[in-house]
Write a protein of this length. Structure first.
Length: 327
């Protein structure tokens, strides 16, 4: 089945103007200034062959000279692989299953996003500097772009990988609703962009392979989205042990319940409902969209699937990593 909802960049900004008009009719000049600013933020620029948001690239020297500490834990993911999910799991473990403590802030503010930069707001690096240790941070960077101090300090890394097909589908819908990422075009166009790594944070293949190859050389706990979905308690226990925590069965059960898709979809601290529509338009696609394994079957044509499998074989040749594509 095809899911076609192409929105041009202009239309996306049209939606943006509309949402402002119904709220307070800004002067057209202000709308234009906002559009120009958002368009600037929509741009992607390359760093060593990896596309990143232009605002992060502008801040690149600050990001690269980030000073990691030996007790930092870095949550690492390719976009749309379950970042929010693992963040909530980690925070629930850190807070010993205390739900109220996890409500202290929206999830985006709990773990500084080290490559995030959108002046005049404080950057991810600045937020991390203000955070007391032991810090829990997050990134979407591939291994070769990670600030070197993370390796030098032998930090702990928690990587979550999601199968490429579901990741592509999730990213496509996310780019449709995210007004500060480029418009994804049609599903067919997006399919090409994704397999060629022409999306923010670059190639899924390079990202996953890079982290997988380093998993035995550094302190990397490598998890799969599909495993967390299949047996959340088991995977949450692994995270708990990796973090050096000991929680009893009842607390673990609470964490499993509170981090379920259904609970997180209703939770304003995790579902992005506090983000303005001018940035994330959830009427186009909800942030907490489906949270399943195998939705790719509703999007890939037979021909696309065959082509993808062929490309996957070539790009992942020699790698021992295995993904589950259906539960
Ligand atoms: P879908 O678009 O397939 O629904 P990220 O946080 O890295 O941006 O990833 C978002 C994806 O993770 C979305 O996938 C979202 O629904 C899914 N997700 C978030 N919380 C989840 C949970 N508790 N259980 C399962 N999937 C979850």
């Amino acid at each position: 089945m095809f899911f076609l909802c192409p929105l041009t960049l202009g239309q996306a900004f049209g939606l943006l103007s509309f949402s402002w008009n119904v709220k307070g009719l800004p002067h057209p000049r202000d709308t234009m200034a906002l559009s120009t600013e958002l368009k600037k933020q929509t741009q992607l620029r390359e760093v060593a062959g990896v596309l990143l948001q232009a605002t992060s690239v502008d801040n690149w020297s600050q990001i690269q000279s980030f000073e990691a500490k030996s007790d930092d834990l870095l949550i690492c993911t390719y976009p749309k692989s379950g970042t929010t999910w693992i963040q909530e799991i980690v925070d629930m473990i850190e807070q010993n299953g205390n739900v109220e403590k996890c409500q202290r802030a929206i999830i985006q503010h709990r773990h500084p996003f080290i490559e995030w930069a959108r002046p005049p707001q404080p950057s991810g690096v600045e937020k991390a500097k203000m955070m007391p240790s032991p810090r829990i941070l997050r990134t979407h960077l591939p291994t070769r772009l990670l600030p070197p101090s993370f390796w030098d300090n032998n930090c702990k890394f928690l990587y979550v990988a999601r199968n490429a097909k579901d990741c592509m589908v999730s990213y496509y819908h996310f780019q449709r609703m995210n007004q500060v990422l480029p418009d994804p075009g049609t599903w067919e166009e997006y399919f090409e962009a994704f397999i060629n790594g022409e999306v923010a944070w670059g190639s899924w293949f390079d990202h996953v392979k890079g982290w997988w190859e380093l998993k035995d050389r550094y302190q990397i706990l490598f998890l799969f989205y599909e495993d967390i979905k299949r047996d959340p308690k088991h995977e949450i226990q692994k995270v708990m042990q990796f973090m050096g925590k000991h929680l009893d069965e009842a607390v673990l059960d609470t964490i499993v319940l509170e981090t379920s898709f259904e609970k997180m979809k209703e939770n304003p601290m995790t579902n992005r409902s506090t983000v303005p529509k001018s940035i994330l338009d959830q009427s186009i696609s909800p942030f907490m969209r489906k949270g399943t394994v195998g939705d790719w079957k509703n999007h890939f044509t037979v021909a696309q699937n065959e082509r993808f499998d062929e490309i996957y074989r070539k790009k992942m040749e020699g790698s021992s990593i295995n993904f589950c594509l259906d539960l």
